[in-house]
Write a protein that binds this ligand. Sequence first.
Ligand code: TYD
Length: 242
Amino acid sequence: MDKKELINCGKVKSVYNSSDDDKVIIEFRDDITAGDGARKEVMTNKGAYNAIISTKIFKVLEENGIETQFVDLPEPNVMIAKKLEMIPIEVIVRNIATGSLVRKYPIADGTRLEPPVVEMDYKDDEYHDPMLNFSLIQALGIATQEEVDILIEKALKINEILRKFFADAGIVLVDFKIEFGKDKDGNIILGDEISPDGCRLWDSETLEMMDKELFRKGKDDEVMDAYIEVYNRIIPDEEKVI
Ligand code: TYD
């Protein structure tokens, strides 16, 4: 499938139209950013590792009844995906309190959150992704109450599936961000990616970080080793293409 015109150039991924009107081609670049793109570096093969990790996770979710945007991974850093109209909401699910949650609310870092906390942010770097509630979602005309209910229900189900999946690999799923879109029939489908860029992953034994938080903290030289460790733990040898 050939790339046609570039339809969106994000901070780490480029999305192209394809010869099939219902599909897009997503190129995972080697860029890594933090602080709404204020800091940016390039890390060799990061795009491929994230694309392969995201592919694996989307396949696990599909096996567990969650429809995703994933269609194929023809090259290690190139994904073919269903074309979706993305909903500009970042849905964040938290199992352990850390990061912005403990900066903004009186909850101690490391507190286990049961039930998990679900948060929704408006995806807009210019406004620094402000937190949403349903009134604001309505005022902005982003989604209906019924659609928001679906996002929350799907996010919690995804959390249950992935918590177990990562636990089996000796990894704690602390929190993560997901995005959804609508297909041409209006179905709400999981899109974007699930990779160490948008999750907090801690080693179950040592609680060491295995995700982009290392980059946010300036430990740039540890980032790729952590991503590769996640890759090695969750991708079976026969599925390793890099
Ligand atoms: P959060 O604690 O809100 O982020 P920070 O401490 O960086 O302000 O993040 C919760 C999780 O969601 C974390 O795994 C990172 C992910 N996330 C993103 O991928 N993109 C985002 O824009 C935000 C706000 C969070």
